[in-house]
Design a binder for this molecule. Sequence first.
Ligand SMILES: Cc1cc2nc3c(=O)[nH]c(=O)nc-3n(C[C@H](O)[C@H](O)[C@H](O)COP(=O)(O)OP(=O)(O)OC[C@H]3O[C@@H](n4cnc5c(N)ncnc54)[C@H](O)[C@@H]3O)c2cc1C
Length: 309
Amino acid sequence: MLNIYIIVIKKQFADDSVKQMIMSAKRIAVDDDHICVCAIDCSDSFCSEISNVGIDEILIYTTSAKGMLYLEQTIEILHDLWKCRKIGLIFMENNSYGIACSVRLALLTNGEAIIDCIGIERTQNGFAAIKPIFSSKIRAKININNRCCIMTLRNNSSVEIERHKKTTFIRESLIVKNVPWVLEDKEMSKSDSSLEDAERVVIAGRGIKNSDDLKLVENFANSINAMLAGTRPLIYSGLLPAERQVGQSGTIIAPRLCIVIGASGASPLIEGIKNAKTIIAINKDRDARIFKLADYGIVSDFREVFKNR
Ligand SMILES: Cc1cc2nc3c(=O)[nH]c(=O)nc-3n(C[C@H](O)[C@H](O)[C@H](O)COP(=O)(O)OP(=O)(O)OC[C@H]3O[C@@H](n4cnc5c(N)ncnc54)[C@H](O)[C@@H]3O)c2cc1C
C-alpha cells in the first residue's frame, strides 16, 4: 500500500496546480493506496471544494502562524507528519517555496526530491517521475525507489477532476514555533513587495553585465514607474535579490506592460511572462527567442537605447 500526500498551503480555492497534483495521485493510485490532501491554513471553501474529488482523506491543519509560514515551520509540520504516517510519495507545488521544502524534507527523511516534473507513471516495481532535463531537450523517466519521494509537479495545463466519493476530514490545530533567526516580521507595503501585482515590470537579463548597466535599467524602470526584476542569471550574479526573479522557478507575472532587456527568452522565463498584456523586448541579437513572444522589439545594444535618456 502506498500513502500519497498532497501538500497544499494557504489556498483559497483549488487552482490548476492543486488539481494537477490530485489528478497525478489518482492516476497512479491502485485500490489499497491512500491519497490524502494535507491542507495547511487553507480556507473552508477550499476544503469543501476538494471533498468530493475521489481522495481518501483531507488533513486540515490550522496553524498559529500570523502570515506566511516560514520554510522551517512548514518542514517541521511535514517532518512530524512523515514520522507518524508511513508516507511513500509527497506532491508539492512547483514554485520556489515547494522546491525548497522538497529538498530540505528529502534530507530530513533520507528520501529523494525530484523537482520540476511533468508527470508520474506507475511501473512494474513502483513508479517513475517524468522530467525534462538538459534544457528540456530530453524527457527523462526517473525510477523512484523505495525511499520517501517528494515531487514537485509543473503546472502544464488546466485540468478538471471528475468528482465522486466523499472524503474523511481530520482537523488539527498546530502551534508553530518561532523561527529563531527572524527578529521581526512586518508586512511590507504593496509597492515594496508585490512583483505579482505590478502593472509595469522591467526585466533585466544577462545582457546587463554589472551594477553600472543595472543602474541604467533601474533609472529607466523608475522613470516609467515600473518594478525592476530579473532573469535567473541576474539573481545568481548577486545583482538582484532572489525575490525579484521572474519565471518558472521565480514569480509568475501578468503585468499590463513588461519590458525585457538583454534576456534571450529561455522557456523558464517565458513561463513567467507569457500572460503579460504587452511585451517589449530589447536585445542586440535579432534572432533572440524573446522576439517571437514580444509585441514590439528593438534590435540594439540596450546602452544605445538608453544613452540619451
Ligand atoms: C529548472 C530551471 C528553472 C529555471 N527557472 C528560471 C526562472 O524562473 N527564470 C529565469 O529567468 N531563468 C530560469 N532558468 C534559467 C533559464 O533556463 C535561462 O538560463 C535564463 O532565463 C537565461 O537568462 P537570460 O535570458 O538573462 O540570459 P541569456 O540566455 O544568456 O541571454 C542573454 C541575452 O542578452 C542579450 N544581450 C547581451 N548583451 C546585450 C546588450 N548589451 N544589449 C542587448 N542585449 C544584450 C544576448 O543577445 C542574449 O540574448 C531556469 C532553469 C532551470 C533548469
